[in-house]
Design a protein around this ligand. Structure first.
Ligand code: ADP
Ligand code: MG
Length: 251
């Protein structure tokens, strides 16, 4: 069974049609890389999948639960409470980390598990410390976000997402706000998650990384998915001229 199924998803902002008939499906353990030019709708797609934005047409099925589907008079989402439950284990890591600045690293990791998942403080802190060890930041549990480098912040953001035990982890250009020398440590953490078969959806411009971790790659252009395949098919020897041109520009 697919963990995520998106069918014929359409999204507009005002009169501008942004996402056009997007179809994609993610199996457990898949790592899907989404690539494509700036403005092609990659972030909007992730935000629609996370229900941070509402689409107008199409279907979104998460873990077998239909969270939004097309009805006669438009798209119908689950009611707020049900939607919140369904989204609980959908993790999101943003370009700019979005850590809570007034909380320590440890508190950033325990907040949602305690408040939303109703875990005890002891249990939440135990998991948080294990996850900080996993991302190589055991010594930063009492630091505040302003005391961290960008690479460390992003690793905390990943650990925070993992603390909710996500079924899918979505990344929106996780390294594009980082200095080049800090991207490696973040990509390494994501590679380790891929090796553990974490199901992931990753918007990235790091083609070497996409080649290495992705089980499938989709190319977005002007709101449509215009290419899909294995990294080999899409990134090494793409048939489509648009994709070749896009990849050449990144070199
Ligand atoms: P990408 O992530 O591929 O660079 P985006 O999804 O951010 O692309 O944006 C796709 C298009 O949608 C762009 O033309 C952008 O200007 C527009 N857009 C994104 N968010 C909004 C918004 N909240 N309101 C209006 N237009 C938006
Ligand atoms: Mg974007």
């Amino acid at each position: 069974m697919s963990i995520l199924e998106v069918k014929k998803l359409n999204k507009s902002f005002g009169s501008t049609h942004i996402l056009k008939d997007i179809d994609l499906s993610l199996e457990k353990g898949d790592t899907m890389a989404i690539i494509g030019p700036s403005g092609s709708g990659k972030s909007t797609l992730l935000r629609c999948i996370n229900c941070l934005e509402r689409a107008e047409k199409g279907t979104i099925i998460l873990n077998g639960i239909t969270i939004a589907e097309e009805k006669e008079n438009g798209m119908e989402y689950l009611k707020d409470d049900e939607l919140r439950m369904a989204r609980l284990h959908l993790g999101m890591v943003f370009q700019n980390f979005n850590l809570f600045p007034h909380l320590t690293v440890l508190e950033n990791l325990t907040l949602a598990p305690m408040n939303v998942d109703k875990k005890s403080q002891t249990e939440a802190e135990k998991t948080a410390r294990e996850l900080l060890a996993k991302v190589g930041l055991s010594d930063k549990s009492d630091s505040y976000p302003c005391e961290l480098s960008g690479g460390q912040s992003q690793r905390v953001a990943i650990a925070r997402a993992l603390a909710m035990d996500p079924d899918i982890l979505c990344f929106d250009e996780p390294t594009s706000a980082l200095d080049p020398e800090l991207t490696g440590e973040v990509l390494q953490v994501i590679k380790e998650l891929a090796a553990e078969h974490m199901t992931m959806l990753i918007v990235t411009h790091e083609m070497g990384f996409a080649k290495e971790v992705a089980s499938q790659v989709v190319f977005m252009d002007d709101g449509r998915i215009t290419g899909r395949g294995t990294p080999e098919e899409l990134l090494v020897n793409p048939k489509e001229e648009r994709i070749r041109a896009f990849l050449n520009k990144l070199l």
